[in-house]
Structure formats: C-alpha cells, structure tokens
Write a protein that binds this ligand. Structure first.
Ligand code: 5RP
Length: 277
C-alpha cells in the first residue's frame, strides 16, 4: 500500500488481505490501514475508498513527500528562501506548521509571497536579510549533478537571485524531473520586451526553436521565450552563452549555481542526492 494512503475499514468474516478485500462482496470487506489489514466481525459500518496495495503514489503525492522532507533543512531562527510552483506550494503549506521556528521567508515571486502571507509566514525582502542559509525550490528538470532547468512558472530571475544569495539550494522534485541530459523541457529565457525578436534570432543560431510565451509578463515586467530543441550537454557553457546575449535578463539554466541537495520523490520513498561541495 502506498505510504500515507489511509484506507478505512469495513467489516468481514475471514478476509485477511487488501486484495481479498477489493474483490470481496461489499459486506465482507476488511479494515485496512498502514499497519495492514484485519477482519472485524459485524455488519457494514461505513463505505470507504479502497485502493489496491500496488497503487503508485500520484505525482502530487510525490511532490508533497519531498516538500515534507525539505523541512529537515530549515535553519532555526533564520530566514528561508522559498521558490515558486506547485512543489514549492506544498512546501509553503508544510512550512506553515513550523512557522514559529523561523524568522520568516524570502519569496521568489508575487504568487509565492501571497501564499506565504496567507499561511501566516512573515515575509522579508532579500535586501534586508543578507545571505540566506537555505533556499528551497522545485525544478522543471534536474540532473544528478544538480544542474537544472527552471522557469516553467516564469519566476526564474528572482529564483536565480535568491539561489545565488543562499548557502544551500535544496531542490525538491518528483522522479519525472530527474533526467540524464537537460533540454527536453523547453528552456525559459526572460527577455526585456524590446529585445524579444533579436534574442529569438540569436537563440535560433544556437540550434533552438524559441517561442514567445504569449500573454505572460514576469513579475519584473518582461517577457519569456521558451526554447525547444536544445540538447544541453554542457549546461555551464550554455548558461554563459545565453546570458551574454544583449536583452536577456536571465536564462532558466541553473548550472553555475546548481542544487546542493536534490530530494527526489519516487517509489518507495524520497531519495536524497547530495552534491560534493
Ligand atoms: C518556477 C519554477 C518551478 O520550480 C518549476 O516550474 C517546477 O514547478 P512545479 O513544482 O509546479 O513542477 O522554476 O519558475
């Protein structure tokens, strides 16, 4: 049974396993919980949602699992940098339970700031905190070496700034994001609006197919080009090359400052990859 899937009960006479319970007539089902199944004689007490033992965790459950694991990296009485996206949102919700332990959080986007505020977590500007002990964020792709593609949510510039100002970057992902080579996910590039077409032509020279993320403006008032078709064999070199194109604000390659710790959610649990520093 997938960890965390609590299945409550119904009654039976002689059923002992979840598999038997699934196929059993409604009135003969067993009580199942994370500690196994047992039979309880009697009448049907309650209907319940019964999952087969081999049911894999959903992507969202995996994101929640890594978000919980990331709490281990919090530093008491300090500020924590918080990323953007659905995985980071799970982290914020979990962080809310421990908000008394930290001084507050530095948000990587307006959306994250809004959620932190709604959870009662004190916000602080990076300008007032100095370097942070830890930054916790998701990624669109990550290699075992800690190089990442980020910016699917469009917050790449502030994410990169906070990552640079943090002593430890903890990347939280479900297993679908762990890749041997970056580039299947379109690479986001934040660009000042008047440079959009010029930068797109330069990106095409590098072998990519840039596409304007229409209708989207970043928190910094810029636009995003999503670049398909790049096979990024040398992420550090590619990050430097794209950064040098005039008009580029930030490329969503995080290789020069990659993740220090990667928490990968999968079956049977969370795997921790720690980069040598
Ligand atoms: C936002 C990001 C996110 O970390 C990235 O898009 C992953 O998002 P999610 O956790 O929703 O899969 O870089 O700019």
């Amino acid at each position: 049974m997938a960890p965390g899937v609590a299945i409550h009960m119904i009654v039976g006479e002689s059923l002992t396993t979840a598999a038997e319970a699934i196929t059993a007539p409604r009135a003969l089902r067993v009580a199942c919980a994370s500690d196994g199944c047992r039979t309880i004689p009697g009448r049907l007490l309650e209907s319940s949602y019964l999952l087969p033992a081999e049911t894999p965790m959903t992507q969202d459950e995996l994101k929640l699992a890594v978000a919980r694991e990331a709490l281990r990296y919090l530093v008491d009485d300090a500020y924590v940098g918080v990323g953007t996206g659905s995985t980071a949102n799970h982290f914020i919700d979990e962080l809310a339970k421990y908000r008394g332990r930290i001084r507050g959080a530095v948000a990587s986007s307006a959306k994250t700031a809004e959620r932190l505020k709604a959870c009662g977590i004190a916000l602080e500007e990076l300008n007032n905190t100095g370097d942070l002990p830890v930054y916790i964020d998701g990624a669109d792709e990550v290699t075992e070496h800690g190089a990442m593609i980020k910016g699917g949510g469009g917050a790449l510039t502030r994410e990169k700034v906070i990552a640079a100002a943090s002593r430890r970057f903890v990347c939280i992902v479900d297993q679908s994001k762990l890749v041997p080579v970056l580039g299947r996910f379109p690479l986001p590039v934040e660009v000042i609006p008047m440079a959009r077409s010029y930068v797109a032509r330069e990106l095409a020279k590098l072998g990519g197919q840039p596409e304007w993320r229409m209708g989207f403006t970043t928190d910094n008032g810029n636009v995003i080009l999503d670049v398909r078709g790049l096979s990024i064999l040398d992420p550090v070199e590619m990050e430097s090359r794209i950064n040098q194109i005039p008009g580029v604000v930030t490329v969503g390659l995080f290789a020069r400052r990659g993740a220090d710790v990667i928490l990968v959610g999968g079956e049977p649990g969370v795997r921790t990859i720690t980069r040598a520093s």
